[in-house]
Ligand binder design. Structure first.
Ligand code: UD1
Ligand code: UDP
Length: 358
């Protein structure tokens, strides 16, 4: 079996690590990097740290508007797929790389598998929601991380293509957490004591491209007295500058960190404040309470379990939760058995093509 795996943005590199290993034990993988993320600390650092194979193709699309970026990936991906003629195209999550990879394959009648399928915010203004809905409907096989995702697909008539396999980022944590603890020096470098700082990340368009939301978050961070570590996504850095927003000295704004450093920062934080989907899950898995800096979370199980609270970008709501939010004493396992990538490979092997994916 020949599988083309499409990656382009930071969380896709992390997700690709366990999957790539599992595919390559029995099959041929062709790794395509779209080039959506390209800075060293948004891309190359993950390939080095996670020993990901060097991409067979780098489409080099870089940044741009949604249409330009998606269109460039679509057209460059088509050429790769025509050359490689794979049995499967594997896409993940909800980025522009995900959508363009799935669309290029579907148009060439190449079966598409979507990993981390079935998440929904039901917010049509969110670029990721558009990407994930279209990708799910284009894909032949849908791999869901949670029962909620399965239910969401059921409501759209997609149950027959869907299977519950657990979460591949949970598997990544199981594989890498001990190594991260051994190798990371980040706490020492930043002079942090365990459980006595907050970890913050912000990168969603709804926060970065809306000045009042970014202002609301910055005002909350400035009003907190505890030390804060804030690895800043490049898009957020440019917006903070553009809007003239300044963070207090107790907020250590640093460049994006490696996956191992991030895992250690998450594990040792008293609280994670984030609009990141990946970090919401990771905080739960490592047992750190989380405040979601959005108006909803697709990872609703973490909220229901009492470890995540949705506070949006409202300064008062953030500050109240920073002071008073207490996680529940129970933390049930939510993300499968840790063998998600094996379940995915086995499902691809078993697949019998149907008449039409659409
Ligand atoms: C993208 C995904 C989002 C995902 C996130 C992971 C889409 C629509 N969004 O958002 O779902 O959560 O990746 O981090 O696909 N930039 C750099 N260097 C880089 C990459 C980006 O400077 O290596 C800057 C550019 O100015 C770019 C901006 O960040 O315009 C946004 O990058 P982009 O990939 O378009 O979206 P993300 O916000 O990263
Ligand atoms: N991450 C990282 N360094 C950082 C910030 C995030 O390694 O400075 C990792 C994090 O562990 C998580 C993933 O990147 O697994 C999440 O990516 P991001 O927040 O950019 O996107 P999302 O998950 O919201 O799509």
């Amino acid at each position: 079996m020949k599988v083309v795996s499409v990656v382009g943005a930071r969380p896709e590199f992390i997700q690709a690590a366990p999957l790539s290993r599992a595919i390559r034990t029995r099959h041929q993988e062709v790794l395509v990097h779209t080039g959506q993320h390209y800075d060293y600390d948004m891309s190359e650092v993950f390939f080095q740290q996670l020993s990901l194979p060097k991409p067979d193709y780098n489409l080099g699309v870089g940044s741009g508007s949604h249409a330009r970026q998606t269109g460039e990936i679509l057209s460059r991906m088509e050429a790769v797929l025509q050359q490689e003629k794979p049995d499967w195209v594997l896409v993940r999550g909800d980025t522009n790389s995900t959508l363009a990879g799935a669309l290029a394959a579907a148009k060439l009648c190449i079966p598409v598998a979507h990993v981390e399928s079935g998440l929904r915010s039901y917010d049509a203004h969110m670029p990721e929601e558009i990407n994930r809905v279209v990708t799910d409907h284009l894909s032949d096989v849908l791999f869901c991380p949670t029962p909620t995702a399965m239910d969401n697909l059921g409501r759209e008539g997609l149950s027959q293509r869907a299977s519950l396999v657990g979460d591949v980022m949970y598997e990544a944590i199981l594989i890498y957490i001990e190594q991260a603890r051994r190798e990371s020096r980040i706490l020492k470098e930043l002079g942090l004591q365990s459980k006595s700082y907050l970890l913050v990340t912000v990168h969603r368009a709804a926060n970065t491209d809306d000045v009042s939301n970014l202002q609301g978050i910055v005002a909350a961070l400035n009003a907190i007295s505890e030390p804060i570590v804030f690895p800043v996504h490049p898009r957020t850095r440019s917006r903070l500058k553009e809007y003239g927003l300044v963070l207090g000295a107790h907020v250590k704004t640093i460049e994006p960190v490696s996956y191992f450093d991030l895992l250690v920062l998450e594990s040792d934080a008293r609280l994670v404040l984030t609009d990141s989907g990946g970090m919401t899950k990771e905080a739960y898995i490592v047992g750190t309470p989380c405040l979601t800096l959005r108006d909803l979370s697709e990872w609703i199980e973490t909220v229901e379990a009492g470890w995540n609270t949705v506070v949006g970008a409202d300064t008062v709501a953030i500050l109240q939760a920073v002071r008073h939010f207490q996680p529940s004493s129970e933390r049930p396992a939510l993300y499968g058995d840790g063998k998600t990538s094996l379940h995915i490979v086995e499902a691809l092997e078993r697949y019998v093509p149907k008449q039409s994916p659409i």
